[in-house]
Design a protein around this ligand. Structure first.
Ligand code: RIB
Ligand code: CA
Length: 309
């Protein structure tokens, strides 16, 4: 049975690869919609980028809905210093052929959940959690229809945008707190997991040699110049882990934990506290992924990318 999913995203190069993996996996995943949010770049650009990636995969039957342009409470901070001015530096893709579908992303999430099949909808947030939090607050009746949330956000160890916080939970900590408190099953991919999924230079070269336009675009994105200090082993593939988990859960291991998000304005803003050892005696609210079989993941990812135009 196909798992019905919505991908909420802020492309971003690693978001783009996640979208491509989902487009290449429609034999298994029922991708209902892509919803966009401000994050790596402002929402007009993340929306254009989602459309550009959709064009690349010839997947124009999947609607793209533009979403929140700012976090719930704090001012938007973006990451052009990592992703480039348009968020997809290196892709070499033209402007989108089509436009976003009518209706705000939050309305789309609510409508899709209300119309969900019996086994519900899996939400796959790859950026700040603003759209999901708004949907849950505006329409709490959809929560029972949320089968699970498989999220890229947070960190058990060091952060990446600040010493304490990972980018997605940092950008909208209040939304992250709403989502982690929503009471639905959550699978959390923080940096402790996603930084095990670094595409090596050899793997990136193989993608470039696939001979399709998708491989060329992905190779360009993953070999673009990046600022120092982001690692020279290859390119982190944070967001593709989310789609890979839906396809191949056997490649991942984790533990049920209680997780909270720091919403204060200080140095800990966006920090996720993960009670790995159960010290707080609180009911777990997330399955926190801790290990990734990265070589197998990249073998399978490359196989799937090869099937795209
Ligand atoms: O911290 C990693 C996350 O933020 C990913 O979603 C990536 O797209 C980035 O900007
Ligand atoms: Ca992202």
């Amino acid at each position: 049975m196909h798992e019905a999913i919505v991908i909420d995203t802020d492309p971003g190069q690693d978001d783009a690869v996640a979208l491509l993996l989902a487009f290449a996996s429609r034999d298994v995943l029922d991708l209902k919609a892509i919803t966009t949010v401000a994050g790596n770049v402002p929402v007009a650009q993340t929306t254009a980028n989602a459309l550009r990636i959709r064009d690349l995969a010839h997947a124009d039957s999947i609607p793209v809905h533009r979403g929140a342009d700012a976090p719930l409470v704090v001012a938007l901070e973006t990451a052009e210093f990592v992703c480039g001015p348009d968020g997809l530096d290196g892709a070499g893709l033209p402007a989108p052929a089509g436009e976003a579908a009518p209706g705000h992303a939050v309305e789309a999430i609510i409508a899709i959940c209300r119309a969900a099949p019996d086994d519900g909808i899996t939400l796959c947030p790859l950026g700040p959690l603003t759209n999901l939090a708004l949907a849950f607050r505006l329409a709490p009746d959809i929560l029972p229809k949320v089968r699970r949330i498989v999220v890229m956000g947070g960190a058990i160890g060091l952060g990446n945008i600040t010493p304490a916080a990972e980018f997605n939970t940092y950008v909208d900590p209040h939304a992250a707190a709403v989502v982690f408190g929503c009471g639905r099953p959550i699978v959390m991919f923080g940096l402790g997991a996603t930084l095990q999924a670094i595409a090596s230079h050899a793997q990136i070269a193989r993608i470039g040699a696939l001979g399709n336009v998708t491989g060329k675009a992905v190779h360009g994105m993953l070999t673009r110049p990046r600022p120092g200090g982001l690692g020279s082993d290859g390119h982190p593939m944070h967001d593709p882990c989310i789609i890979a988990f839906l396809l191949w859960p056997e490649l991942f291991e984790g533990r049920d934990c209680f997780v909270t998000v720091e919403t204060g304005e200080g140095l800990l803003r966006g920090r996720t506290t993960i009670d790995w050892n159960g010290r707080l005696k609180r009911e777990p609210n997330a399955h926190v992924i801790a290990s990734v079989k990265a070589p197998e993941l990249f073998e399978r990812l490359i196989e799937r990318l090869a099937t795209l135009p």
